[in-house]
Design a protein around this ligand. Structure first.
Ligand SMILES: [Fe+2]
Length: 284
């Protein structure tokens, strides 16, 4: 009888402990990790980099998803973190907003106006969500681009710009009606310093690169948002499941960096903290 009682008590305690753990994990994945930003520092070695740019720091943000799901106050705090980092240049690799139409353009502009303009400027490429409903509305992406440019922010849509001797090439989104970087990539001079910004890492496997060597900065995956320790995330919105997060050597002279993003589609992250990346430019 005593043994039965102890066994029942032990069972009840174990069950209660399990429930507390489950509530704890749920609370962590919902309340804590989605807003627990990690600052990641990496060198960015680029061939032919002008001496004047060595040591300059580029902050990369991605996947802010300004919209109904991501907490606005959290995103404003992220912009303050960017200001504290005092970048020389800011790049944003797409999915600035989550929207159906143009309803999130102005809130996105308001958010980005919180960032102190870096001396070398801010450069944006668009992601699929910047195209609104079913990622297909060119007018939504056009409106966002127009408003960003009015703030002095460069938006590269299969275009390049030169910043003090560094060519930045921006690819328009892979899933959008405007994907088409072939001519722009063919125009890059491999005897100059180049850097490519591209929302979706699957573009790396497309036959559009024309011998490009160098770095490609991407986003899009959010790192899968949840992943078991030591294993790949079960859900990744890419064809090539290698393209999850972090640095990937493409073994043809190209290197890719995938930022895990700041926002989320659903407010849940586990073992995939949101990220602000800060790159230090170096000569390769
Ligand atoms: Fe995204």
């Amino acid at each position: 009888m005593v043994r039965r009682l102890i066994t029942r008590r032990a069972f009840m305690q174990a069950t209660a402990g399990g429930m507390v753990s489950a509530v704890g994990v749920f609370g962590y994945t919902w309340r804590i990790e989605p807003h627990w930003v990690q600052i990641i520092e990496r060198p960015l070695p680029i061939e032919h980099l002008p001496e004047s740019l060595i040591g300059k720091r580029i902050v990369q943000l991605s996947d802010l998803h300004v919209g109904p799901v991501v907490d606005d106050a959290y995103l404003f705090r992220c912009m303050q973190r960017v200001n504290e980092l005092k970048p020389d240049m800011l790049v944003i690799t797409g999915d600035l907003m989550s929207c159906r139409e143009t309803e999130r353009v102005e809130p996105t502009i308001t958010l980005l106006n919180e960032v102190t303009s870096p001396p070398l400027g801010t450069v944006v490429v668009l992601g699929n969500h910047d195209y609104g409903f079913r990622w297909g509305l060119g007018r939504v992406a056009d409106r966002l681009s127009e408003r960003l440019r009015e703030q002095g922010i460069a938006v590269l849509r299969n275009q390049t710009m030169n910043i003090q001797g560094l060519n930045i090439a921006g690819i328009d989104d892979y899933w959008s009606p405007r994907f088409g970087p072939d001519d722009m990539l063919a125009s890059l001079d491999q005897n100059q310093a180049n850097l490519v910004l591209c929302h979706n890492p699957d573009v790396a496997d497309e036959p559009v690169w024309n011998g490009y060597r160098g770095w490609i900065l991407c986003g899009h995956t959010h790192g899968g948002q949840c992943k078991p320790p030591f294993l790949n995330p079960p859900i990744l919105p890419v064809e090539n499941k290698r393209y999850s997060e972090g640095t990937i050597d493409l073994h043809d002279g190209r290197m890719m960096y995938i930022n895990r993003g700041l926002g989320y589609m659903h407010r849940v992250r586990f073992n995939v903290r949101p990220e602000i990346t800060i790159f230090a430019l170096a000569k390769a």
